[in-house]
Design a protein around this ligand. Sequence first.
Ligand code: RAM
Length: 351
Amino acid sequence: MSRRTRIATTAVLATMALLLGACAEDTGAGSGSGDAGNPTGTIREGLKITFLPKQVNNPYFETSDNKGGKPAVEEFKGQYAQTGPSEASPSAQVSYINTLSQQGTDVIIIAANDQDAVCGSLTEAKAAGAKVITYDSDTKPECRDAFVNQASPEGIARTQIKLISDAVGPEGGEIAILSATANATNQNAWIELMKTELAKPEYSKLTLVATVYGDDQDEKSFQEAQGLLSKYPDLKGIVSPTTVGIAAAARYLSGSSYQGKVQLTGLGTPNQLRQYVKDGTVTSFALWNPADLGYLAAYTGAALASGIITGKEGETFTAGKLGEYTVGANGEVLLGDPFEFTAANIDGFDF
Ligand code: RAM
């Protein structure tokens, strides 16, 4: 199967899963293969599960947590909450973790702003009895019980470089990266792998001239995009591996003389980018389904807190409508492949 066909097939399956999920009965049960003392694989009722995103006012996390995590927690009759800082700064999440720990939260599901800064407080929360799941952006593995990864970092990097190369065209030229915060574990991993991709012979005509950080703030991201164009007037493309950055850069480009001349791609949500796909600022971009990510994270946390799994490689559990998952190396649970959005399919999505 070609990659395109595979992506198209994934889209169809994802859409079907969403539709089916809407009318699926909750079994609330896992098929746990862990040796954690719950061979029936039944999720405990009443689990207190709290999502702690990088920041609360980001539509990406609104979708992952409130449209994915919340319905999952309701399915297995737990208590859902979301809390967190309004800015994605490295240590902003520490006081939230401490409070959750003191409140006796059973499962903390965190998208870490920094892989080290939250480690001390997460370790204390674990000692106090909480299960700690990272999703979206990991900590160091020893600071959590499992990481729910949205897509393979290699796949995310490969997709974005392919998209910017296609958009810029065979002539190639200068490109830049507009990222989130300088400490973000997820973006930093993807950026390193994008550099590896760019070193391949097929991308020899693309030159990465700068990486700048909009800190996942709309205004700062907008200004950084503007700054890139004034500093690099020959720039041919921007890759923004953050939903906040790509939306701000799209808004800047679409209102500037660079629209259509400077290409933009990266990771975005369809609702934030629809107008820029329609006005020609963005040809294509990628993402996974954030709601599925939150849903899977909730079930992973519940499986851990119920003793269905312990986080060891090879254990399996059932994540409601998404089906069975296996814990991989380093306690990682992988959601699936990134998905490409274009003018041809964007109207089929609403998140
Ligand atoms: C932003 C955040 C998040 C990232 C997405 C793609 O919403 O930085 O961590 O996964 O973009």
